[in-house]
Design a protein. Structure first.
Length: 382
């Protein structure tokens, strides 16, 4: 059995889904394949929620991509009549080490993004439910918020299919060739022919292409905890509480959305893991750290139960920049990955960029090149 496509996209996470969607919009015959399904439980695009924010310090590239992506997400949700974006606002909190917040304010101002700078006094007045020990200032992005992750990915795939993209569950074997390749094979023996192949396989990229990416993709284990809020207490749900990020604590979270509980996640990179074999059970040590943080920063939730946990993975490059480039030997094979914990929000912009690079020879962003990827981690993008 064989099939012929203009482009085959391997991986139906947020990057692959939006790449297939944009290619389909440009009249391409596209196959989107995933080993487990869109936003599946093992994927980096899985889970209930992801932040979409504009602040990136001095990094104007990602601020502008976030702006472009938020506009596309909103347009997509309006067209498909789905309420999968929550405009909670995003609140940055910093202590004495406030350089990143100050730099973000300068970049947001330059890019025309609405924001408010809040003094300690104003933070105390607006958010009495937050423990502000050590906090000196805040920056609020009122129009940023939260994307409902797995449902949003599934919605993009469903809409792409309605527009002519073909989707199927299939496990693709590692390709081997020099120069352009004509086809890939699935684990069931099917041959898939295409003019170009996009591998957007997240944490699996290093396993599929071990010689090229094995030392340049760093999957890490990340734990997430949801704390149950007191009965009848609205202080921890929007609009009373926005999405928030504590700079020095390297911890972020979200208010009680859709009655899931207050979300707490550590943004520090966890241990390196194999996405196929890592344990998906949260650790007692992670739970204890989350409890200590809640007691410090949300004293009204002292003793609150953990009502849900999740273990996922980041898919880091050495510094946090995306990887979007051709295979160095297989000229019609593309890598799309390196989401690095901050990539979900950028799905629409990534898909558009990839489609333009493949079909129109669009301008290359050097930061996304394979040549720029080193083998020792020094995180620079947050």
């Amino acid at each position: 059995m064989s099939a012929r496509y203009d482009v085959a996209v391997i991986g139906a996470g947020v990057f692959g889904a939006w790449t297939a969607w944009h290619l389909g919009q440009r009249g391409q015959r596209v196959l989107l394949a995933d080993a487990y399904g869109p936003g599946n439980a093992r994927a980096s695009s899985a889970g209930e929620s992801r932040i979409i924010r504009m602040g990136y310090g001095t990094d104007e590239l990602y601020t502008r991509w976030s702006l472009r992506s938020l506009a596309q997400w909103k347009e997509f949700f309006a067209a498909t009549r789905q309420a999968l974006f929550h405009e909670t606002g995003v609140l940055w909190l910093s202590g004495t080490a406030d350089a990143r917040v100050r730099q973000s304010a300068e970049t947001l101002r330059r890019c025309g993004v609405a924001f408010e700078e809040l003094s300690r006094t104003e933070l105390e007045r607006r958010y009495p439910q937050i423990g502000l020990a050590g906090i000196t200032k805040g920056l609020l992005e009122p129009h940023s918020g939260v994307l409902t992750a797995r449902r949003a990915v599934a919605a993009v795939v469903e809409d792409a299919v309605s527009r002519g993209v073909e989707y199927r569950v299939a496990h693709i074997a590692e390709p081997h060739a020099a120069g352009a390749i004509g086809a890939v094979k699935t684990s069931s023996g099917e041959r898939i022919e295409a003019g170009a192949f996009v591998f957007a396989c997240g944490a699996w990229l290093g396993k599929i292409f071990p010689d090229v990416l094995g030392s340049r993709i760093f999957p890490s284990r990340q734990e997430v905890f949801f704390f149950g809020v007191p009965a009848g207490d609205a202080r921890f749900a929007p609009p009373a509480l926005p999405t928030w990020l504590f700079q020095e604590d390297e911890i972020y979270g979200m208010p009680d959305l859709e009655s899931r509980g207050l979300k707490i996640a550590v943004d520090r990179h966890g241990e390196r893991v194999d996405p196929d074999t890592q344990s998906r059970l949260a650790s007692a040590e992670g739970a204890e750290e989350a409890r200590r943080f809640v007691e410090q920063r949300f004293p009204g939730l002292r003793g609150a139960p953990i009502v849900e946990t999740r273990v996922c993975q980041y898919e880091n490059t050495w510094n946090g920049d995306f990887l979007i480039d051709r295979h160095p030997e297989m000229e019609n094979v593309w890598f799309v990955g390196g989401g690095s914990g901050h990539g979900f929000k950028h799905g629409p912009a990534v898909g558009q960029y990839v489609a333009e690079r493949i079909l129109e020879g669009g301008a290359e962003q050097e930061r996304f090149s394979l040549a720029s990827k080193e083998t020792v981690q020094r995180r620079a993008v947050f």
